[in-house]
Design a protein around this ligand. Sequence first.
Ligand SMILES: *Cc1c(COP(=O)(O)O)cnc(C)c1O
Length: 448
Amino acid sequence: MEPRVRKLYEAMFALEDLREVFRESVPGRADENEIAAGVARVERILKDFKECKSSSLKYITNHIELRTREEEYININPIQPGGRLTPEARKALIAYGDGYSICDWCRDLRLDKIRRPPVDEFHAELAEFVGMDEVRVVPGARRGFQVVTSSLLNKGDIVLLSDLGHYTEYLAVEIAGGVVREIPSGESNIITGDAVADTIEQVRTTTGKKPKLVIVEHFDYSFGNEHDVRGVGKVAKEYEIPFLYNGAYSVGMMPVNGKDIGADFVVGSGHKGMAAVAPSGILATTEEWAPHVFRSSRIAGDITGKRFENKELELLGCTLMGGTLLSMMASFPRVKERVKHWQEEVEKSNYFIREFLRIQGNKVASEYPRKHTLSRVDTRNSFDKVARTHKRRGFFLSDELKSRGIIGEFAGSTRVWKLNTYGLSWDRIRYLADAFLDIARQYKLPVA
Ligand SMILES: *Cc1c(COP(=O)(O)O)cnc(C)c1O
C-alpha cells in the first residue's frame, strides 16, 4: 500500500549491513572501500525512497516476512496495542539486541542491581509507579503469577480465580499443584468483593479450608470489563488472604496504585501494556511479601559446596537480559506520561463504540459506557447477516476493512469479536468509525 515502508526497511537493513563491517573488522581498521560501498547503497535506497519507488523486499531472511502492519494500517487487534513499541524501545532493541548485552557492567551478579544502564534506578521507579515496595521484571505476566503460586502454594491449596480469568492464571495454579475455585462474575460479567466473600465462605463450608490466594484481573481479556479490585482487596484483607492484582490490561496504560487497591502483588505485562518487547512483565509486591517471593537460593553443591545466595530462586537468578528489558526501560518515560491520559483513551473508545452502535443490529457485549479500550462486539444481527449470503462469507468484512487500511480484527469472524482502540489518535478513531459506517451503508445495513 505505502511503498515507502518497505523502502525504509531496505534502508535500515542496509545500515545494519554497514554496522556489520565494524563488527567484523580489527578495531580502527574497517575496510574503507566496504564502508563507502555500504554508504552508497544506503544513499541509493534513500533516493528511491524520496522518489516513492516501490521495493521488492519481502523477507528479512529465510522466509521471515517484514512486518509492516503498524506502519501501513490501523491495527485494532485486541491484544497488541499496549505492547506496540515506542521509538525509544525500537532504538534500544537495535542497540541491545545482542544476547547478554545487559551484562556489560554487571558487578553484583544481579540483574536488578546493574547501574549501567540504570537498571537499579528503573526498578526503584517501577515499584513507585505501581505503588508497591519491591519489583522484579519477569518474562511475561504469566511468569509473575507463577512466582507467586510457586512461592505460596502447597499441593492441594485452593486459589480463587475469576470465572473470566486468563488461562495463564489457571496454568500457574496447576504447575504449583494448586486447585482452582472460580468466582462467578454473574449476569453483569463483573467480579465484586461480595462475590469473592461468598466464594471464600463456600470454599470454607465445602472443604473446611481457606483459599491461599485470590487472583483477579482489573480488566478481563474477554470483555475488557472493569472488576471491583478495590472491593476484592478489602475482602481479601478481611479474610487475610493475599490478593494478586492482575494488571495485564492496566499497568502501563492507566495509573495503578497497588497499595491503594489493597493488593499484595501487582502483576503487569510488558508486551501487553508497557510498550516492551516480548516476553516481558513485572511482579511487584510489599515489604511484607518481598522476602518470601524474592527469597534467595539456599542450595549447595555436594562436592563443590557451591552456593548461590545472591540469586533469587523463583527468578532462577536473572530474567530479562537484553532487548526485552532495555525496551521496557526505554519506553518507561513515555509510559509514565501516557497513563495520565487514560481518560482520553476511554473517551475515544466510547466515541468509537457510540458510532459503531449507530449501525442497526450492532451490539456491544462489554459493559457500556466503556471503561476500557478493549471491547467485545456482537455483529450477528448486522455484518453476519451480510456474511451469510456473501461469497467470501465472514471474510467480506476483513476484506472491506483491509481495503480501507484497517487490520487486526479476527479475520473471518462477523459474529462476536474483540477490538482495541488503545493509542489511536482522534484522527484515526474517527477514520475507523467512519470506515465501519461506510461498509454498513455499502451493504445496505441501516445506519441511525
Ligand atoms: C494477556 C493476559 C495475560 C498474559 O500476559 P503475558 O504477559 O502474556 O503472560 C494474563 N492475564 C490477562 C488478564 C491477560 O489479558
